[in-house]
Write a protein that binds this ligand. Structure first.
Ligand code: GDG
Length: 474
């Protein structure tokens, strides 16, 4: 974690609240290890807190022992752990968050299951997050609650700190009304979010879905054009703020990274994902198989390198997905490999950041084909790392990122022929077109990076809170 440098510039403290912290504790036979968390949310908020200081409230991943802390006094920001009773972890996290909300919000309702006991655990744990946050608040602080695990926290916090500036940012899609209303506790979740001054989403489609649900399920007055909900006496702003990456950091890392070491005679297609069914990994492997079938000229000279970071392996669906991927890799390699060439190289582990930058830089094609994704930062990181001969981004139109990354080759991840065709186009694209597309993508991501996102979010949130406090005072 970086040391404190510019935190003193800000009068008000930023309090980020999220399920996981940027470091978690793991206990094993070799003692307790501090493990860095991987994922889009940490990638987004770490630079922000390193830059301005503040407090990160979250779950350390295990029970803390007496006197054990996660913060180091010299760190750029402080860490405040939320202790979750063991009995509630399953219901709150593996259950309600990851078996009900995650599939439903990704428009996969048949994968969702709803249990009252899990909902109750979710309510209790959200209450705990609110209590820990409130206990650390000072007047003027800005609280930003993150993501689907904590949708009730704003309402609990508002009761404990009525004057606080509270924002919420959803990192996953907000589903359409017909899907959202399947949730038995849909209204309660909306009320949880509407205790905020501002609610942020990645793209405008999610804002529209949210406003539609608020209007139809709660009957609140909604101004869709201006993104405003009148909820009781509070005016809540709903905004689309597409998250960016720490562009300069990725670009620097790519410039400094040693060569990826790919064989000279191979074109490399790269996939990087948490192992999650929303990321469309089996479909992607099949689409690559289809490419080899339809265009034999790519055999022997093209490799798909797929990195999959282990994720949520306590949930049964994730374990069976891993088996499915293992089998598919075996089948496609068994069918097309030769003595000197393996079509798919599959790594089931985390790679260090400098190695990841080298792989991004060296890959001829970035293949990002989720079935549904709130934003997808991998697409943006790939683009930031194209500092040499430019590659081509093939991007699912079901990712939030597709709303702004128009120069990518957009593909339908459910349509294997379409994805295979886009891969062929990417592999055969000539330099001038690759250059034009990549430059446009790079410029946009450089301009709309995570710092500009954070600045806009803070500005919009403080303005919204000011108006609400003024209205309450008058
Ligand atoms: C959620 C939403 C939204 C992956 N493998 C390695 C590694 N990673 C890093 C990537 C990237 C992050 O993990 C993944 O971010 P995504 O955005 O792709 O996906 P989610 O984790 O599902 O994130 C998503 C995001 O929140 C932010 O709002 O974009 O839609 O689902 O940063 O680089 N990093 C390292 N080694 C790996 O092996 N070092």
């Amino acid at each position: 974690m970086a040391k404190r440098h510019s935190a003193a510039r800000h009068k008000s403290k930023l309090v980020t609240v999220s399920n996981r912290l940027p470091v978690t504790l793991r206990r094993g036979p070799r003692g307790t290890e501090r493990v860095r968390s991987t994922g889009g949310l940490v990638a987004a908020f770490e630079p922000l807190l390193e830059d301005r200081g503040g407090l990160w409230v979250g779950w350390p991943g295990t029970d803390l022992r007496d006197g054990e802390t996660l913060s180091d006094p010299g760190d750029a920001y402080q860490i405040e752990p939320v202790q979750i009773p063991r009995a509630d972890i399953k219901g709150y996290y593996h259950g309600f968050s990851n078996r009900a909300l995650w599939p439903l919000f990704h428009t996969m309702p048949v994968r969702a299951s709803f249990r009252t006991s899990e909902w109750e655990a979710y309510e209790r744990v959200n209450g705990r997050f609110a209590e820990t946050t409130a206990a650390n608040l000072e007047p003027g602080d800005i609280v930003l609650v993150n993501d689907y695990q904590l949708m009730l926290t704003p309402a609990r916090l508002r009761r404990l700190a009525p004057e606080a500036t509270i924002g919420f940012f959803l990192h996953i899609p907000f589903p359409p009304y017909d899907v959202f209303r399947i949730l038995p506790w849909a209204r309660q979740l909306l009320r949880g979010m509407l205790a905020c001054d501002l609610v942020g989403f990645h793209v405008s489609g999610y804002v529209r879905n949210f406003l539609d649900c608020v209007h139809r399920l709660l009957g609140d007055k909604v101004d869709v054009r201006r993104g405003i909900v009148q909820h009781g006496h509070r005016t809540v702003r709903a905004v689309a703020l597409p998250l960016g990456i720490d562009y300069a950091r990725y670009e620097d890392q790519a410039r400094q990274a040693p060569s990826a070491g790919f064989p000279e005679d191979q074109r490399v297609i790269l996939g990087v994902d948490r192992l999650d069914y929303t990321k469309g990994i089996p479909e992607r492997l099949k689409a690559f198989g289809r490419l080899l079938e339809l265009h034999p000229e790519h055999r022997q000279r093209t490799t798909l390198l797929q990195l999959a970071v282990p994720s949520r392996s306590e949930v049964a669906e994730y374990r069976s997905l891993k088996r499915e991927i293992d089998e598919l890799v075996g089948q496609i390699n068994g069918r097309y490999a030769s003595a000197s060439w393996t079509p798919i190289r599959y790594l089931y582990r985390t790679v260090p950041p400098d190695r990841l930058a080298a792989l991004y830089r060296g890959a001829d094609v970035g293949l990002v084909t989720p079935l549904r994704d709130g934003m997808n930062l991998v697409a943006k990181e790939y683009v930031a790392c194209q500092v040499g001969d430019p590659g081509v981004l093939v991007l699912s139109h079901m990712a939030g990122a597709a709303e702004t990354m128009a120069e990518a080759l957009l593909a339908n991840p459910y349509d294997l022929d379409d994805t295979a065709m886009k891969l062929h186009t990417a592999l055969t694209m000539l330099l001038p077109e690759r250059h034009t597309r990549m430059e446009a993508l790079r410029q946009r991501e450089a301009e709309h990076d995570v710092h500009s996102w954070a600045h806009k979010l803070m500005q919009r949130l403080t303005a919204a809170a000011k108006q609400n406090r003024k209205a309450e005072g008058s």
